[in-house]
Design a protein around this ligand. Structure first.
Ligand SMILES: Cc1cc2nc3c(=O)[nH]c(=O)nc-3n(C[C@H](O)[C@H](O)[C@H](O)COP(=O)(O)OP(=O)(O)OC[C@H]3O[C@@H](n4cnc5c(N)ncnc54)[C@H](O)[C@@H]3O)c2cc1C
Length: 410
């Protein structure tokens, strides 16, 4: 039997991070991946989506460039090139991870693997004895009754990455991060876009003020949306909604969440990432891997969430609806108050800081560069740096981060 110190099933961000860090400690590591190294994040999630999103933003900026004094004629959108660029981006990054694994002397087995016991992994023809086993087998698009993927009309977030051409119209079911990002992508490309959401607001996992702002942004971008609405039935590509309206989109993206891949809980096995069914984000999987391998302390309440597009949306910590009225202070600055926002033409949004007893407990940002801005406050929160102390920092001008500085004085 092959013997290893660490055996890891799943080559996504959780699995490959665990593999690289265990190998760096001198452990003999085997990593099993049945599909592509990089997992969902690199091959079907974060990276390909953001590559297409960026193309859509470039397109929209060019369409609107006259307001910046730049006129462009004969604008041509070739979606096959958008897809080609996305595939290339994924390939470059995948090769980078494969090389890092090779250089770290991680044995990569490109096969489906199963855990037999707390220290045995089985592939089709081989068994591997491992002192420690990590299961990082990830998740898959959730299937709901009546909206089962047919991969032609009813598409998953995997299918949507492989479109050869843009549709005329799209219906997106679900307004979590994936639904919102794809609504923005399609809208940027000029596709007639409608979103339906079962909850009472868009992006229901966010702070309610963020959700309201997202709705406002959708309205101003002419993205149609329905809240407290579901699909009643689908007949010949006609989608009948619970409010009896009928929509006839060219395609439907069903983005109602993700289900952990099937796994059996075995004592002594470490489970990390999406398979745990907790916070399904790549950086959460990575932090869990580092906690297991390098013992780096990790407090999951400080896991930030980001929704990409223009403006970006990011938050961490408590939402306003989580706090008792009159027990917290809300400090808020509108992005339209910032010089940088006007220079860039990105004036929509806000930066909101929630504090209790002079301690920052939640941050909610709707602003260009929110994905980076959130980190400034996250570092403060996690290290107990309060607003008074942050006021001592010299924030550069003109930047969006000045919004954070301004909010400290509110
Ligand atoms: C459209 C989309 C956009 C996203 N955007 C973001 C984002 O912007 N930011 C963010 O943080 N997160 C994002 N995510 C979520 C992110 O992709 C996941 O949280 C992350 O990939 C989870 O990592 P993981 O290592 O747990 O599992 P995965 O990335 O799912 O990897 C698991 C791997 O295990 C393999 N595997 C499964 N079973 C076996 C087996 N039996 N044998 C061998 N191999 C097996 C699978 O093939 C897969 O490669 C997005 C997801 C989607 C779908």
């Amino acid at each position: 039997m092959n013997k290893f110190d660490v055996g890891i099933i799943g080559g996504g961000p959780g699995g490959y991070t665990a593999a690289l860090h265990a190998a760096a400690k001198g452990e003999k590591v085997v990593l099993f991946e049945k599909d592509n190294i990089g997992g969902v994040c690199l091959n079907k999630g974060c990276i390909p989506t953001k590559s297409i999103l960026h193309s859509s933003e470039v397109y929209k900026q060019i369409i609107n460039s006259a307001s910046f004094g730049v006129s462009v004629e004969n604008i041509n959108l070739d979606y096959s090139k958008v897809k080609e660029r996305k595939n290339k981006t994924v390939e470059i990054l995948r090769k980078g991870i494969e090389l890092a694994l090779k250089n770290s002397k991680v044995s990569v087995v490109k096969e489906e693997a199963h855990i037999v016991s707390s220290n045995v992994i089985q592939t089709k023809n081989n068994q591997y004895e491992c002192n420690k086993i990590i299961c990082a087998t990830g998740s898959s698009p959730k299937v709901v009754k009546g909206l089962e993927f047919d991969h032609k009309f009813l598409l998953s977030s995997d299918d949507i990455l492989d479109l050869d051409k843009l549709p005329e119209s799209v219906l997106i079911v679900g307004s979590g991060a994936i639904g919102i990002e794809w609504a923005r992508i399609f809208n940027n490309f000029g596709v007639d876009t409608t979103v339906i959401e079962l909850a009472s607001s868009l992006l229901p996992i966010a702070d309610t003020e963020v959700s309201k702002r997202v709705e406002r942004i959708f309205k101003s971008n002419k993205i149609k949306y329905y809240t407290e609405t579901s699909v009643q039935k689908i007949e010949n590509h006609k989608v009948i909604l619970s409010n009896n309206e009928i929509i006839e989109p060219e395609i439907v993206l069903v983005a109602v969440g993700r289900t952990p891949n099937p796994h059996t809980i075995i004592e002594g096995i470490e489970y990390i990432g999406d398979v745990c069914g907790e916070i399904q984000l790549a950086h959460y999987a990575i932090k869990q891997a580092l906690e297991k391998i390098d013992d780096i302390e990790f407090r999951k309440e400080y896991t930030p969430s980001v929704v990409y597009g223009n403006p970006e949306i990011a938050w961490v910590g408590k939402r306003e609806q989580d706090l008792e009225p009159n027990t917290y202070k809300k400090s808020m600055v509108l992005v339209s108050a910032l010089g940088k926002a006007h220079c860039d033409g990105n004036t929509d949004g806000f930066i909101k800081i929630l504090s209790q007893d002079n301690k920052i407990v939640g941050v909610h940002i709707v602003c260009a560069e929110a994905s980076s801005l959130i980190l400034q406050l996250l570092i403060a929160m996690q290290n107990g740096i309060n607003a008074e102390k942050l006021k001592e920092i010299c924030f550069p001008h003109p930047t969006y981060s000045e919004g954070i500085f301004e909010a400290l004085f509110k």
